[in-house]
Ligand binder design. Structure first.
Ligand code: ADP
Length: 490
């Protein structure tokens, strides 16, 4: 490189820069090689003048270009513009030109001399940054939490829609100010101390109740983080969530559970009192009832000469007192079931059923009933009480059955990780409308003495034992089409 113009060329090329000169007298426009390059034309095919040069500019920008030139001429001083040109290949470039005026001896503008620079890359980059910035702003505006950034002097420099709405003031009114003055002095002081701590420690997260100047208190959970920009400037990012409603719900739930606990306790107490009462009543009644039965029996035995009418009445007293004694013993049993907690052991139900079958053998044979028992699992339960469940259900299956051959099936299956037990019969069935009734105490669907008689306690006892095992009992049946009782034990 041995001459100046070569250096100039290199500068123009690498800097995407050029220069131009417009002689207003001769209307001659000079472009340096750099200006040609930026316009995408060659000096061989194109001779610039003001008219054809203006045509390179974007139609929307031409007026501004002319205004800038005219202003320079009238005000006799240089100007600058940032405008778009459309190159010969239709490519849009952003160009910047700063120019100055040349005056003659009468101080009239005779020429303009300008530097011309292709700014496309810089402007596109700036636009990209702007776009990213807008995108981020839109995103944070949609976040319902309060987001804000403070500078080292605690002034707000950025916020989202939710944050501005918190103060019911536009963004412009809040940017560059601190928000401390919106709070009573004591609160404001604690904010300053905390913000300062975040700048020192780096971050902080707390749940806080804040009362503003209008006396409104709300609960927030706030996280603050300190960060530095590359130039060393310090900032604090805060994200705050309004948890007032959540707190209210939590309080309500707490209240409800306290009330529920109280009710449960009262219920348990009254249940216990009732059970104690039933137990005492049944226990104390057992003896007098038995005595009535024995005395009447004695009278009948000792006085065979007794009038037949009186004898008949006394026999009725005997039967009623026997039935009463039965009810009292079963009531006693029912009141004792709640005491079985803690007596649960691993139990092979096959063995339990074997024993029950032995006890029922004669009755089953007499009734022409067969019990088909599947292989049963081993479970943790109260063995005697579980035996009572199976016995009650099997006896009922046999009692409430008019089939010449009574078939009773006992088994179990798994359903939803629970073992379901069943006792199925081919008996008289239960009308759907009665199915909810049968588990109630003393509830019978038939006359006192029908189907071998009964007290209506059996299923109430069964249900209670099932519930003491945290289980559930239900029935599926149709009149005249047999009945299946199902129960779980956990
Ligand atoms: P009880 O047998 O002493 O009457 P339960 O409580 O055992 O008392 O039964 C209540 C009522 O439910 C019975 O009176 C009967 O009407 C009905 N029931 C019970 N089991 C069956 C069954 N397997 N089939 C038809 N009805 C039944």
């Amino acid at each position: 490189m041995d001459n100046f113009s070569q250096y100039l060329d290199l500068i123009e090329d690498t800097g995407n820069i050029g220069y131009w000169h417009l002689n207003l007298k001769s209307n001659h426009l000079f472009w340096s090689p750099g200006v040609y390059r930026i316009h995408g034309v060659s000096s061989k095919d194109f001779t610039p003048n003001l008219e054809n040069a203006v045509k390179f500019y974007h139609p929307d920008d031409r007026a501004e270009l002319m205004a800038s030139i005219e202003k320079a001429i009238t005000e006799k001083k240089g100007d600058a513009f940032d405008l778009r040109i459309i190159r010969a290949d239709n490519n849009i470039r952003y160009v910047r030109s700063s120019f100055k005026t040349e005056l003659d001896e009468n101080k009239e503008v005779i020429a303009l001399f300008g530097i011309f620079q292709d700014m496309t890359e810089q402007i596109e980059k700036t636009n990209e940054i702007k776009e990213a910035h807008n995108f981020l702003n839109t995103v944070i505006d949609y976040v319902p939490d309060y987001i804000f950034v403070k500078d080292r002097d605690y002034n707000i420099v950025l916020g989202n829609k939710a944050f501005w709405s918190l103060y019911k003031q536009p963004k412009e009114a809040l940017i560059g100010t601190t928000t401390y003055e919106k709070y009573p002095e004591k609160e404001a002081q604690s904010f300053i101390e905390r913000d300062e701590r975040v700048f020192t420690i780096g971050e902080d997260e707390i749940e806080e109740s804040i009362t503003n100047n209008k006396g409104v208190t709300r609960a927030f959970i706030t996280k603050k983080v300190a960060f530095k920009r590359q130039n060393g400037e310090q900032f604090l990012l805060g994200i705050s969530r309004d948890i007032t409603q959540r707190r209210l719900y939590e309080e309500k739930i707490k209240d409800y559970s306290a009330q529920l606990e109280m009710r449960n306790m009262n219920l348990e107490r009254s249940n216990q009192a009732l059970e104690e009462f039933a137990h005492t009543a049944a226990h104390d009644l057992k003896e007098p009832v038995r005595s009535i039965h024995s005395y009447v029996e004695m009278i009948l035995y000792d006085h065979p000469e007794i009038d037949s009418e009186i004898k008949e009445s006394l026999e009725k007293v005997m039967s009623v007192s026997w039935r009463m004694g039965q009810m009292v013993s079963e009531l006693l049993l029912l009141s004792e079931i709640s005491q079985i907690i803690g007596d649960f052991v691993e139990t092979d139900l096959n063995k339990v059923l074997e024993q029950e079958m032995k006890a029922l053998e004669a009755r089953l044979e007499q009734a022409n009933a067969v019990v088909e028992i599947e292989n049963m699992p081993t479970i943790k339960c109260h063995p005697t009480r579980i035996g009572e469940i199976f016995r009650n259900l099997i006896v009922n299956s046999m009692k409430y059955n008019k089939s010449s051959k009574k078939i009773i099936e006992v088994g179990s299956f798994d359903d939803n990780e629970k073992t379901v037990f069943f006792v199925k019969d081919n008996g008289i069935g239960i009308k759907e409308s009665h199915q909810g009734e049968i588990f109630k105490l003393f509830k019978r669907l038939h006359g006192k003495m029908d189907y071998g008689g009964g007290t209506g306690i059996g299923l109430a006892v069964t249900k209670k034992i099932v519930e003491m095992h945290n289980g559930r009992i239900w029935v599926e049946s149709k009149k005249d089409q047999g009945t299946t009782f199902f129960f779980t034990l956990s």
